[in-house]
Design a protein around this ligand. Structure first.
Ligand code: NAP
Ligand code: MG
Length: 525
C-alpha cells in the first residue's frame, strides 16, 4: 500500500519528454475548443436536470466575448431535490464496505489521469491558469483521489479495537459518516479543491450535494462525469450549478444537510459557519483566505529568495489562497534584493494568453477582480510607492480579457488596507524590518494564518521562524513557491486563526476524520 504524487510536468521533464508535454497540451487545447457549445445539465439522483430558471453562458476570462459552455441556473427546488436524493442514498452508501468505496475512487483517479491534458486545457479557459498551473491542479485532484483511498485502507476504515477496561468488555471505536454534506467550492482550484473536498466527504461514506463557483463550473461537471464513469452509484454525488445566493443559501439553511465543507472567501465562510452553528451545531469545515508573508532575512540566498517570492506573489496572478501578498524584507539587503526581484519579475512574469507555453500570468478571474485591481492600484499609487506594475491591459490584443500587471508596492502605512486585507490579486506589499524578531512579529500581525515562508541560510533563524510563526503551512527556502505549491501527502494544507475553522490540512493525515463521527461499541461477554 503506497501513495505517489502524480507530478506530471516534473516526471515528464525528468524523462526528457517536455516537448511531448507541450504537444499533448496544445492538442488538447484544440480539442476542448470544439466543446465550447456544450449545454451542461445539473445532476440529481443520477438524472440530468435542466433548471426552470434556464441556463447561463460561461465565458473565459481570457476573452469575455468567448463562451466556453452553458450551465444551469440552479434553483432552490433543484437544490432541495438534490438534498433529498442524497439523503435517500445515504443509508446504502454508508453501509457499502469501505474497500468497495475506495475502488471507485482509485478507478476515478485512473480515468482522470488518462484525461489530464484535456482537463488542464479546459481549465485554462475556465479560470485562466497557464498550462503548468492547470496540469498541477489536475495532478492535485488525482492525488486527493489516490491519497484519501490510501488513508482509508491504511486506517482500515477507521475501525479500531480499544482497551479492555473490564475483562468481560469488548470495546471498539468506529468512525461513521454523518449524512448529506454540502460541498461548496471556489474558482481558483476548480478541480483539485472540488475533487478533494467531495472525495473527503464521499469516501468516508457520506453523500453530497456539490455546488461549484459560478465562474468555474466546468471542472465540477467533468469531475461528475468521471465519478459516474468510475461506477459511483447514482445519488451519492449530486451536482447543482447555480448562484451562492440561491443554491448556496439553500444548502446552508436546509435541515437535511448534516455538514458543510467550504473553501472560499472569509466573509462567505463566516456566514456559513454562523448558520451551521446557530442551532444544533453541525460539522462545518471552512478553508478561508490568507494574507501570507514571506520573510527574507539578511542571511538569505538572494537568488533563491527572489525566485521564491516572485513565484509565490505572481503565480496564477496572486489568486492562490497561499499567495505571498506581504514581502517582509531585512533593511540591510533590501536594495540588492529588490533590484533582483524587479529584474526577475520583468523578465519572467510574462502576461498574456495562458494557453501559450511562454506565458506566466493569464487574466484575473472576472470583471470584479479586474475592477478591484484598478481600485487597489490607485490606492497603492496614492498611499505608497508603486515599484512595478499597477496597470490593466485595456488596449491592444489583451483588451477583451481581464489582464493586469504584476504589481509591487512599497512604503504603505503599516495598517493600510492593502497590507491587512486579502485582495486575491497580483499585488504584493513590501514591508521593511530591522531584524528577524521584528519580521516574525509583523508576519503574525494579521488575522489570517494560512501559509508563511522564510528565506535564510541560518539554521538558528530557521528554527526561530518555525517556533514562532502563526500559520498552518510553513516553508523555509522553497524556490518553487516561497509560500505556495503544497503537495498532497507532503504539506497538509490548512490554516490557523481566521484562515480555517478546523486547522486540519487537506492532503494530510487528519483530514478524513473530520467527515465522520465516533461511535464506541461495547459488547459485554
Ligand atoms: P467565494 O467568493 O467565497 O466563493 C466560494 C463559493 O461560495 C462559491 O461557490 C460561491 O458561489 C459560494 N457562495 C457565495 N455566497 C454564498 C452563500 N451566501 N452561501 C453559500 N455559498 C456561497 O470565494 P472565491 O472567490 O471563489 O475563492 C477565493 C477565496 O477562496 C479566497 O478568499 C481564497 O483565499 C479562498 N481559498 C482558500 C483556500 C484554503 O484552502 N484556505 C483555498 C482556495 C481558496 P458563487 O460563485 O455562485 O458566488
Ligand atoms: Mg468570489
Amino acid at each position: 500500500m503506497t501513495f505517489k504524487n502524480e507530478r506530471t510536468f516534473f516526471e515528464m521533464s525528468k524523462a526528457k519528454k517536455t516537448e511531448l508535454f507541450h504537444k499533448k497540451y496544445d492538442e488538447a487545447v484544440e480539442k476542448v475548443k470544439k466543446g465550447f457549445d456544450t449545454h451542461y445539465p445539473n445532476y440529481v439522483g443520477g438524472k440530468k436536470v435542466f433548471s426552470s430558471d434556464g441556463e447561463y453562458a460561461v465565458i473565459t476570462p481570457i476573452n469575455k466575448n468567448q463562451v466556453i459552455g452553458y450551465c444551469q441556473k440552479g434553483t432552490v427546488e433543484d437544490t432541495r431535490n438534490a438534498i433529498a436524493a442524497a439523503k435517500e442514498m445515504f443509508g446504502k452508501w454508508s453501509r457499502t464496505p469501505y474497500q468497495k468505496r475506495v475502488k471507485i475512487f482509485q478507478k476515478a483517479a485512473k480515468i482522470m489521469s488518462a484525461k489530464k491534458f484535456e482537463l488542464a486545457a479546459l481549465m485554462t479557459f475556465d479560470n485562466g491558469k497557464n498550462r503548468y498551473e492547470s496540469i498541477a491542479d489536475v495532478d492535485e485532484a488525482i492525488d486527493f483521489l489516490n491519497f484519501y483511498s490510501y488513508l482509508m485502507l491504511k486506517n482500515r476504515g477507521f475501525v479500531n479495537k480499544m482497551g479492555k477496561p473490564f475483562p468481560n468488555e469488548d470495546c471498539t471505536s468506529v468512525l461513521k459518516p454523518y449524512g448529506v454534506w454540502a460541498v461548496i467550492s471556489p474558482f481558483n482550484f476548480p478541480l483539485a479543491i472540488t475533487a478533494g473536498m467531495s472525495t473527503g466527504a464521499m469516501i468516508t461514506g457520506n453523500t453530497i450535494v456539490l455546488k461549484p463557483a459560478s465562474d468555474t463550473p466546468l471542472m465540477a461537471l467533468k469531475f461528475y462525469e468521471i465519478m459516474k464513469e468510475a461506477g459511483l452509484p447514482d445519488g451519492v454525488m449530486n451536482l447543482v450549478v447555480g448562484s451562492g445566493s440561491t443554491v448556496g443559501e439553500e444548502l446552508i439553511s436546509n435541515p437535511d444537510i448534516a455538514g458543510v465543507v467550504f473553501t472560499g472567501s472569509r466573509p462567505v465562510g463566516k456566514r456559513i459557519y454562523a448558520k451551521m452553528t446557530s442551532d444544533v451545531v453541525k460539522p462545518c469545515i471552512t478553508e478561508l483566505g490568507g494574507k501570507n508573508p514571506i520573510i527574507v532575512t539578511s542571511k538569505a540566498n538572494l537568488n533563491k529568495a527572489i525566485e521564491g517570492v516572485a513565484r509565490s506573489a505572481f503565480g496564477f496572478d496572486g489568486q492562490k489562497c497561499s499567495a505571498c501578498s506581504r514581502l517582509i524584507i531585512a533593511e540591510d539587503i533590501k536594495e540588492k534584493f529588490m533590484e533582483g526581484l524587479l529584474r526577475w519579475t520583468k523578465e519572467r512574469v510574462t502576461v498574456g494568453d495562458p494557453t501559450r507555453k511562454e506565458i506566466f500570468m493569464g487574466p484575473v478571474i472576472n470583471q470584479k477582480a479586474y475592477d478591484d485591481f484598478a481600485h487597489y492600484s490607485e490606492m497603492a499609487k496614492r498611499d505608497g510607492n508603486v515599484l512595478l506594475g499597477g496597470n490593466r491591459f485595456e488596449t491592444g490584443e489583451l483588451k477583451d480579457g481581464f489582464f493586469v500587471e504584476p504589481t509591487i508596492v512599497d512604503n504603505l502605512p503599516p495598517d493600510h488596507e492593502i497590507i491587512r486585507t486579502e485582495l486575491f490579486l497580483p499585488i504584493m506589499a513590501v514591508i521593511t524590518v530591522k531584524n528577524l524578531e521584528e519580521a516574525v512579529k509583523v508576519a503574525n500581525s494579521t488575522e489570517y494564518g494560512l501559509t508563511a515562508g522564510i528565506f535564510t541560510e541560518s539554521t538558528k533563524e530557521r528554527d526561530y521562524f518555525f517556533d514562532n510563526i502563526e500559520a498552518g503551512v510553513t516553508y523555509c527556502n522553497r524556490t518553487v513557491g516561497g509560500s505556495t505549491g503544497a503537495m498532497v501527502n507532503g504539506q497538509p494544507f490548512g490554516g490557523w486563526k481566521a484562515s480555517s475553522s478546523t486547522a486540519k490540512g487537506a492532503g494530510g493525515l487528519y483530514y478524513l476524520q473530520q467527515f465522520m463521527r465516533e461511535q464506541s461499541q461495547t459488547i459485554v461477554k
